[in-house]
Design a protein around this ligand. Structure first.
Ligand SMILES: NC(=O)c1ccc[n+]([C@@H]2O[C@H](COP(=O)([O-])OP(=O)(O)OC[C@H]3O[C@@H](n4cnc5c(N)ncnc54)[C@H](OP(=O)(O)O)[C@@H]3O)[C@@H](O)[C@H]2O)c1
Length: 248
């Protein structure tokens, strides 16, 4: 069983905690936020402690509450608080932070020299699989027309970052993304391949933030079998695909 400490207990962190708590492959040992609201705070319906990083010495805390891995859903600068502990203790790190600066990213990369690190600005298994499958089909059928369709709730103003990432990965530009804003749609991404005599649609629909937890769990389980280094979600997916092909 992999012992996990979770950094960040906001909108995403709470959903990730739900998934890790329910997965028998992991023991969620503690959760850290910036400020713990109450003395002795725990996760709902459990004894898992929630600590405020501003109030603890992380090294002492890790001595008393050891883990094998950290999962980060907090803020970009948090990596400077825990990075050297990750390096010294060779903890696995799954960082889902989507807005690192170049300096922060360089530091995260440097941790990969001493331990196993996964860093992914998009951590859902579904979207990463969709991108992998779309790239494969693009390679098989470079003559097909390709467009990206994204649908989100009415108030979302900008083109979705995920749609842009999908488009980039297929060498499409933003003019090949169609955005629809409708009611309360959480997130729909579709890659449409128009062949002369057939149409292929790859579709991903977001349902709940717990999907981030499923992605973090996948990353932890795959990282556990890796050597030291810095990995992308694509690397871990490909590792799984290669293993399946070898079996076949
Ligand atoms: N890769 C992905 O697919 C993906 C998906 C979703 C979110 N994210 C990333 O996850 C992060 C959190 O998103 P969110 O929507 O959950 O944000 P949020 O609701 O604002 O929650 C942020 C959490 O981080 C904690 N925090 C802030 N600074 C910290 C620090 N220096 N040390 C430790 N904890 C700190 C906050 O503590 P308090 O509770 O004390 O304020 C809070 O619990 C963002 O960086 C976002 O980019 C990534």
């Amino acid at each position: 069983m992999i012992r996990v400490g979770l950094m960040g207990y906001g909108k995403a962190g709470q959903a990730v905690a739900n998934v890790l708590k329910a997965d028998p492959r992991f023991e969620l040992c503690w959760v850290a936020r910036r400020n713990s609201s109450a003395e002795g705070e725990t996760l709902p319906e459990s004894t898992i402690p929630v600590i405020g990083l501003n109030g603890v010495n992380l090294s002492d805390w890790l001595d008393a509450h050891p883990v094998d891995a950290l999962v980060d859903f907090s803020k970009p600068d948090a990596v400077f608080l825990y990075g050297e502990e990750v390096r010294k203790r060779e903890l696995m790190l799954v960082s889902a932070i989507s807005s690192y600066s170049e300096d922060e990213l360089d530091y995260v990369r440097s941790l990969g020299a001493d331990t196993r690190v996964l860093c992914s600005p998009n951590i859902t298994v579904g979207i990463n699989f969709l991108i992998l499958a779309a790239k494969l089909l693009r390679d098989i059928a470079p003559f097909a027309d390709v467009e990206v369709l994204e649908q989100h709730f009415r108030e979302k103003p900008e083109i979705s970052g995920t749609a842009r990432k999908i488009a980039q990965s297929l060498s499409l530009d933003d003019s090949q993304i169609t955005s629809l804003r409708l009611g309360g749609i959480v997130g729909h991404h579709e890659v449409i391949f128009g062949f002369p005599y057939q149409t292929v649609r790859l579709i991903h629909d977001s349902i709940k933030r717990e999907a981030f937890g499923t992605g973090a769990a996948f990353a932890l389980s795959q990282l556990a079998a890796c050597d030291k280094g810095m990995y992308t979600f694509d690397d871990l997916l490909m590792q799984k695909v290669r293993a399946q092909l070898m079996q076949a």
